[in-house]
Design a binder for this molecule. Structure first.
Ligand code: SUG
Length: 444
């Protein structure tokens, strides 16, 4: 049976904007109020996906969500037609509307946590959408995400779905951004590394920024996915890294198969993390690439997003390849480090620099934009929807975005009923292109 890892990239939404919504995310705060270009954003994302396809990778997409999120506004007492609801909410609280207009679903590393079938007790691939409780604008994502994941991976012999964790910020869960799966091959039993920011009940006085993921949430996911006890490792993220702007662990660490590429300050005691992983999975020949602060200061890692890269096993290539944002090339320390690493005969042998600046300005690099799922041929054949890219589908998506997306969205546009209509029209057509069925509230 042959296995592969598929990256499902989040399609940038028609309401993509810079609202400064994510406290602790340095780029989001810095770019608040900038003018966004959703059309350029969606094309940058599709170009990244095409780049991976040209390398020989299998590549899928995940759709944006309906914004404004009228169901939330209705649940908060706004009534009437869609336009009346948006208009009265905008008059009452522009800040509320800004949150409910966010296109943050594009960062699909936060869509949920996946445990592939070789790792689970019942031999099915398990999915839990992340509750994203730490940020109000993201806490509204999980229901639609759950519907989309069920459309892609129908519940049954191959796939199992769980609802997002209840419990608000105590059970704060940010999905795959704080989860790494190590294995020898995608189809072999792996070991899961869950990285959390704080414990639910201890107050985390050492954090100035939110520790979005709790230990208790990570443990709950591992339990409900049926992971064997000794094949899940739980480690706290270095609070200093969170306070420096690494609001998710994937800002300071990325893994693929047996390789872990991370910053020296990602964990308080990296040597202990290494030994915990080795003890949990003695059969995996781990390769740890630890980047010293003396070569790449933590602040450069956070601004360039060196670690928010995709680490790929490209068909036909012996060594792994990194997909990095262009900001890494533009930052002296990270560019020098990548050049040195590629010449050092380590496990990473190539690097490509891509432009995803529309997303980067909100703190979303190449790794944030993708949801990775390891699948066998048989599981791929059991998938629903039409979301795995070929050239024809990419052309269709480019044409679709060209017809529906604006090239300019700024703060004052977010209360505009016309932008809402454009968003719903775009998503209605997209559900047909991706053969999704009715996943949005406005289609019910
Ligand atoms: O949750 N930014 C996202 C970025 C998510 C990045 N994902 C990963 N690291 N995996 C967040 O902070 C900003 C929206 C705004 O400010 O308009 C935002 O939601």
């Amino acid at each position: 049976m042959s296995w592969r890892e598929i990256n499902f990239d989040g399609i940038v939404g028609p309401t993509h904007n810079y609202a400064g919504l994510s406290y602790g995310n340095v780029a989001s705060a810095k770019n608040e109020g900038q003018i966004a270009n959703p059309r350029e954003g969606v094309l940058q994302g599709l170009e990244k996906a095409q780049h991976l396809r040209r390398l020989g990778m299998t590549q899928g997409v995940l759709p944006p969500h309906d914004r404004p999120h009228l169901r939330t506004l209705r649940s908060l007492g706004f009534t009437g037609s869609d336009t009346e609801i948006l208009t009265s909410a905008w008059t009452s609280s522009p800040a509320l509307v800004r949150n409910l207009m966010s296109s943050a679903t594009m960062w699909t590393a936060n869509a949920g946590t996946v445990s592939p079938s070789p790792d689970t007790a019942d031999g099915r691939t398990h999915f839990t959408p992340a509750n994203l409780a730490a940020m109000y604008h993201r806490s509204i994502e999980h229901e639609t995400t759950g519907k989309v994941l069920k459309a892609y991976f129908p519940e049954g012999d191959h796939f199992a779905h769980h609802p997002a964790l209840p419990g608000g910020t105590h059970m704060g869960d940010e999905g795959a951004a704080n989860h790494n799966r190590f294995c020898t091959d995608y189809g072999a039993e792996g070991v899961a590394l869950y990285v959390y920011g704080r414990s639910a009940f201890d107050g985390a006085k050492d954090l100035t920024y939110p520790g979005r993921q709790t230990l208790e949430a990570s443990e709950a996911i591992a339990r409900q996915h049926g992971l064997k006890k000794d094949r899940a490792v739980f480690v706290r993220q270095n609070p200093g890294a969170i306070n420096a702007g690494a609001f998710h662990n994937d800002v300071v660490a990325v893994s693929n198969r047996n390789v872990f590429f991370y910053h020296e300050e990602a964990f308080e005691n990296p040597a202990e993390v290494q030994s915990m992983l080795r003890a949990a999975a003695p059969e995996i020949d781990f390769e740890f690439v630890e980047v010293p602060s003396a070569k790449v200061p933590l602040c450069d890692a956070v601004t360039s997003y060196l670690f928010n890269s995709q680490l790929l096993s490209v068909p036909g290539e012996d060594k792994m390849r990194l997909i990095l944002p262009v900001e890494v090339e533009e930052t002296a320390s990270t560019h020098a480090y990548v050049k040195e690493m590629l010449g050092s005969n380590g496990p990473i042998g190539a690097a490509d620099f891509l432009d995803v600046r529309q997303s980067m300005r909100n703190g979303g690099g190449p790794a944030c934009l993708r949801f990775r799922v390891a699948l066998s041929d048989q599981q791929m054949a059991a998938m629903g929807a039409n979301a795995v890219l070929d050239d024809a589908l990419v052309d269709r998506l480019k044409d679709w975005a060209g017809r529906h997306y604006r090239d300019r969205v700024e703060a004052k546009d977010l209360g505009d009923p016309q932008l809402m209509e454009e968003c719903f029209a775009a998503l209605d057509e997209l559900t047909q292109i991706l053969a999704l069925g009715s996943v949005y509230d406005f289609q019910q």
